[in-house]
Design a protein around this ligand. Structure first.
Ligand SMILES: C[S@@+](CC[C@H](N)C(=O)[O-])C[C@H]1O[C@@H](n2cnc3c(N)ncnc32)[C@H](O)[C@@H]1O
Length: 276
């Protein structure tokens, strides 16, 4: 690990990588833009049940990537502002929204700079699936959320469970590899991006990705210390993609995958409210 570069430089490397990934995601099996354009929602049962009726709500979506979920919330009547630092991802989102005649504001910014870039406050701040391990400062992230919530407003997150990082799959079986409590940043050369299915990864020009393997207790502590009141926290045995070859599609919600027998939680959700 090169300790001479700081977290800003690490995030710039991630930003370049996520621009490359966004371009590869235009024809990705995970995002399935043809079905989305034809009217299919990209939202899954977990977030739909947690947020309920969002119509008329001022809604801030952090790390929205190419914007499918942000557009889906807007299609359900929310007034959505969607933020990401990958400009290429937002271009794809803007084109999609325009083609679908959905009104949505995309803001290109590093979320740590957002309080200087974006004015206003929101009823709902939302983020989902694969966001936290790209962030070097979790207390700083939680402060940004608290900053943008109206008094009485709610933050909701659905995230991949970090416990999966403690395992590797060998011959279809899970084996402990024990990386859960190591501090970031981790540096990895990344030359592929995800598809829906295990075999569906696509090649991209390699970049250095920096990641920080936060535990769920890190997240809960950061939210509490930012002044938010945690209302719900759930762990669920479903994953948003087939991350391991032994995962099978969920019969109840085909947007999810599970491990046979549901041996460990694969995702978690949390709602936290800013006091009035
Ligand atoms: C795994 S993707 C999120 C995928 C999204 N949940 C979805 O379902 O499409 C992570 C996103 O976080 C963005 N990101 C990472 N670090 C960021 C930062 N510091 N500020 C803003 N966006 C960031 C990346 O550009 C990328 O689009």
């Amino acid at each position: 690990m090169d300790t001479t570069i700081d977290d800003r430089k690490r995030m710039e490397s991630n930003q370049e990588g996520w621009n490359r990934r966004a371009l590869a995601h235009v024809d990705s099996s995970y995002y399935d833009l043809d079905s989305f354009r034809a009217g299919k929602s990209s939202l899954r049962s977990l977030e739909l049940a947690a947020l309920g009726d969002v119509s008329g709500k001022d809604f801030l979506h952090l790390q929205c990537h190419i914007g499918l979920n942000a557009i889906s919330w807007a299609r359900k009547g929310a007034n959505v502002t969607a933020v990401d630092f990958a400009g290429q991802a937002l271009e794809i989102g803007r084109d999609l929204a325009k083609g679908l005649n959905v009104d949505i504001r995309f803001v290109e910014a590093n979320i740590y700079d957002l309080p200087e870039v974006l004015k206003g406050s929101f009823d709902i701040v939302y983020t989902d699936y694969g966001v936290l391990n790209l962030l070097p400062d979790l207390p700083g992230w939680a402060k940004v959320i608290a900053h943008f919530l109206k008094p009485g407003g709610v933050f909701h997150i659905v995230e991949i469970h970090s416990i999966l990082g403690a395992f590797q799959e060998v011959g279809g079986e899970l084996r402990l590899r024990s990386e859960l409590f190591t501090n970031g940043p981790h540096e990895n050369e990344v030359g592929i991006t995800y598809g829906d299915e295990y075999e569906g990864a696509r090649e991209i020009d390699p970049y250095k990705q920096y990641s920080w393997p936060w535990t769920v207790s890190d997240v809960i502590t950061a939210l509490i210390q930012a002044g938010l009141r945690i209302e719900t926290f759930t762990e669920v045995p479903v994953d948003c993609r087939q991350r391991l070859s032994s995962m099978v599609r969920d019969e109840q919600d085909p947007g999810f995958w599970r491990l046979p027998g549901d041996p460990i939680p694969l995702s978690w959700t949390c709602s936290a409210r800013k006091p009035e």
